[in-house]
Design a protein around this ligand. Structure first.
Ligand code: RIB
Length: 311
């Protein structure tokens, strides 16, 4: 029986405004559409992993407002173990998302209840979960640093594999590189982490980072992704798909990678699944509504198998 996927991360309500273009400073623009939906990098990754077939638990903090109530009910319906979801007084996390006609977004996040997730509650919850080496712990940087550090250090003690999706990027991520087994990061941040400029080929950037982290995965948006270990260097090009909304594509990618780790998938298979999970997500609007189910992912891979190249 495969292990469990434990996500330690944020829960947000996404307020999405569809705009013809991004507003200039001082300008008032009329949106052409709006929606209020489940988001937050932690919750998105938990939902994506559950839809891809993993047993998922989420350690997070939500508020006592109506939005948080909706988030709780949605996550429960996804079959996620919410025993360690803290409820704090006040508003839950909020993300204000503008999405333009090209499917690009601009996101501002207010932490709300996410800011209350502390290291000690993460440690306590992880002790109770009795993790083991078959489990995978996934975390991101949308919660306070002590919570991320606790997740990674407790995971190391139990032997669980540690996936850090270093987003939203901050330089504190540099101190966490030695504490994770897998780093998932986009090209811009990978260059920042490696301390190199935009002229450095991304393959070299990933190779440099592997001196600090055993497995480095750099996402390249519509170009696909590269995965580098001490022994393997793989690249997978993304399929050409119509882009409606890129929100949560990185979350679907990270979750597919974590589920593949749980299932002992090869690195080639892992990269293909992760790239396709992202490519399915961008074809639909919103964060959680756009995350693919396992059957869709399998159908997409069967219909359009992607090729991984070694370099
Ligand atoms: O990764 C996408 C997510 O980033 C959105 O759902 C939003 O809540 C922000 O956390």
């Amino acid at each position: 029986m495969p292990g469990r996927c434990l996500v330690v991360g944020s829960v947000n309500t996404d307020i999405v405004l569809v705009v013809p273009r991004f507003a200039a400073p001082g300008e008032t623009l009329l949106a052409t559409g709006m929606s209020v939906i489940g988001g937050g990098k932690g919750a998105n990754q938990a939902v994506a992993a559950a839809r891809l077939g993993a047993h998922v638990a989420l350690i997070a903090a939500i508020g006592n407002d109506l939005f948080s109530e909706h988030r709780y009910n949605e996550l429960e319906r996804e079959g996620i173990n919410l025993r360690f979801l803290a409820r704090v007084t006040g508003l839950g996390g909020l993300a204000l998302i503008e999405r333009n006609a090209e499917g690009e977004n601009r996101i501002v996040v207010a932490a709300g209840a996410n800011a209350a997730l502390d290291g000690e509650s993460v440690r306590r919850a992880m002790r109770e979960l009795e993790l083991c080496s078959q489990d995978v712990v996934v975390t991101q940087l949308e919660i306070p640093l002590p919570a991320v550090e606790a997740a990674l250090s407790m995971a190391r003690e139990t032997g669980a594999r540690r996936v850090l999706n270093a987003t939203p990027w901050s330089d504190v991520a540099l101190e966490l590189l030695h504490s994770c087994d897998v780093l998932v990061v986009n090209a811009l941040k990978a260059r920042q982490a490696a301390g190199v400029g935009s002229e450095e080929p991304i393959e070299l950037v990933a190779t440099r980072l592997v001196e600090h982290v055993p497995i480095v995965v750099v996402t390249l948006g519509g170009e696909g992704a590269v995965l580098v270990t001490k022994h393997e260097r793989l690249q997978c090009r993304a399929p050409h798909v119509p882009v409606v909304d890129t929100t949560a594509a990185g979350d679907a990618f990270t979750a597919a990678l974590a589920v593949s780790l749980l299932e002992g998938e090869s690195w080639e298979g892992t990269l293909v699944r992760a790239v396709w999970a992202g490519a399915l997500t961008v074809q639909r609007p919103g964060a959680q509504p756009s995350l693919p189910f396992r059957s869709e992912l399998e159908q997409a891979i069967a219909a359009h198998p992607l090729v991984t190249e070694r370099w």
